[in-house]
Design a protein around this ligand. Structure first.
Ligand SMILES: C[S@@+](CC[C@H](N)C(=O)[O-])C[C@H]1O[C@@H](n2cnc3c(N)ncnc32)[C@H](O)[C@@H]1O
Length: 240
């Protein structure tokens, strides 16, 4: 009985967060997202997948935060890569939201990708593949393949630009999520070298905590020189 009540309360809470954020999600996808939440919560008891430990916090800081991207993603964008996806944010939430789009979720830590594979199996998702390589290695097979690149909480903007711009097609978009605009100034050199420009910034507020969230729209203007990304570890040690 308690479980049924807890489930109903969480659904109610999630619906209220979605409504305050003006995001519409059909019922069956909400059910899938709540199943993902349950799997994450249980696994997080035995292995450290996320520092947020309670379900309501996860709903706001991980699920709603990921779904803010639906306000920016276009219908004609079909192929997505999320590097440093961790426990699946934002990529796995978006894959549930957009069953008709294809997602590649990447993380260098095997146990995180194994968790994501479990969720994919449980929810029977057909539009997601995974890889536990580092971005700098995976690029060999996936250069200029994706319409959109995603990356949340992985590194400073000028570092993730070097990881992500090579993955997207010319005119494709990189939509990193950031907490503020502080990293833009020091990313000018990286943007120039990688032939990309920041086209727009979108600002949102989380519905409960009112924390600010920024999504940058970065457009790839020309092909990326094959030199980038540099070898594993160099983008972090010597950022562009
Ligand atoms: C702080 S976590 C963020 C996870 C998730 N995106 C989120 O926002 O909850 C950063 C993740 O990036 C991964 N990562 C860092 N550098 C990477 C690289 N070069 N290639 C692939 N994964 C990387 C780490 O293993 C880690 O799981």
């Amino acid at each position: 009985m308690e479980n049924i009540n807890e489930e109903a309360n969480l659904r109610e809470y999630f619906l209220s967060l979605l409504s305050k954020s003006e995001i519409k999600v059909p019922d069956e996808k909400i059910t899938q997202m709540l199943k993902f939440l349950e799997l994450l919560y249980n696994k997080n008891q035995i292995m450290n997948l996320t520092a947020i430990r309670e379900k309501k916090g996860m709903l706001e800081k991980h699920f709603i935060d990921s779904l803010l991207l639906t306000k920016v993603i276009n219908d004609d964008e079909k192929s997505f890569i999320d590097v440093g996806t961790g426990a699946g944010f934002p990529g796995l939430v978006l894959a549930i939201y957009y069953p008709e789009k294809k997602f590649l979720l990447v993380d260098s830590v095997r146990k995180k990708i194994e968790f994501i594979n479990e969720v994919i199996k449980e929810l029977n998702l057909q539009n997601v593949t995974t890889s536990f390589e580092r971005a700098e290695e995976l690029i060999k097979d996936r250069r200029e393949c994706f319409d959109v690149a995603l990356c949340r909480g992985v590194a400073n903007l000028r570092i993730i630009l070097e990881y992500m711009i090579p993955f997207i097609k010319v005119n494709g978009r990189f939509l990193p999520q950031k907490l503020n605009l502080n990293e833009i100034e020091e990313s000018k050199n990286a943007l120039k070298i990688l032939n990309a420009k920041i086209n727009k910034t979108f600002e949102f507020y989380l519905p409960e905590s009112k924390d600010a969230r920024i999504i940058l729209e970065i457009i790839k203007l020309q092909k990326t020189n094959i030199k980038y990304p540099r070898k594993v570890g160099i983008p972090v040690k010597k950022p562009l």
